[in-house]
Design a protein around this ligand. Structure first.
Ligand SMILES: [Zn+2]
Length: 196
């Protein structure tokens, strides 16, 4: 009998939880803003409903359909900006990991490793930021200057065949580990010593 009562109570609790989670259609609704969708088309007024971190509706949404309403009247609702040229590699520093200065400007993705300066130890870089958590998404470039300095120090000359091979293998490894590309800073040493 006692077992039955407990089962019944558990059933009621689960039903209630299910009801609560189903009763609101959206986790977050952004109302009254001007939507600029990033396709190049003109901005327009609409509400935006989000569920499980995905936009599932753009249109007219009742405020009662979510417990989290963000009033965006007089504001623009836009996709997160991508800053393609940052020197924010120190986002791997725990004191700077949140990147609030970027988030507050709407930047949600940063490209690091620019101007030939990006770390070539890409897996290590990603592991560190993955572990500590960061405020924005990161796209990382392996730095030509970093690779060259690692192999040749600051020598102002052509690389030997072996040095070139070593540099190529380091870039290849960095790409395998998730770098999105190679950055150069040909204006700066040691990039300025380099021929095409
Ligand atoms: Zn730069």
């Amino acid at each position: 009998m006692r077992k039955n009562i407990i089962s019944f109570l558990v059933f009621c609790l689960l039903s209630c939880l299910l009801f609560i989670s189903c009763s609101k259609a959206y986790d977050v609704v952004i109302v009254g803003g001007t939507i600029i969708d990033g396709t190049g088309s003109k901005g327009y007024q609409a509400d935006l409903g989000i569920q499980n971190e995905t936009i599932i509706k753009i249109g007219e949404i009742e405020a009662s359909e979510s417990q989290n309403i963000i009033d965006a009247e007089g504001k623009y609702v836009v996709p997160g900006f991508i800053d393609i040229h940052t020197h924010s590699d120190n986002i791997s520093d725990t004191r700077r990991k949140e990147a609030l200065n970027y988030l507050k400007q709407g930047v949600t993705t940063m490209v690091t490793g620019n101007c030939g300066s990006g770390s070539h130890k890409v897996a290590e870089f990603f592991n560190r930021i993955e572990k500590q958590g960061i405020g924005t998404n990161i796209i990382h470039l392996v730095g030509h200057g970093t690779v060259r300095s690692f192999v040749m120090k600051n020598a102002a000359r052509e690389p030997t065949k072996e040095e070139m091979q070593h540099m190529k293998s380091l870039v290849e490894q960095a790409m395998q580990e998730g770098a999105a590309g190679l950055s150069t800073g040909l204006f700066y040493a040691p990039g300025s010593y380099e021929k095409t």
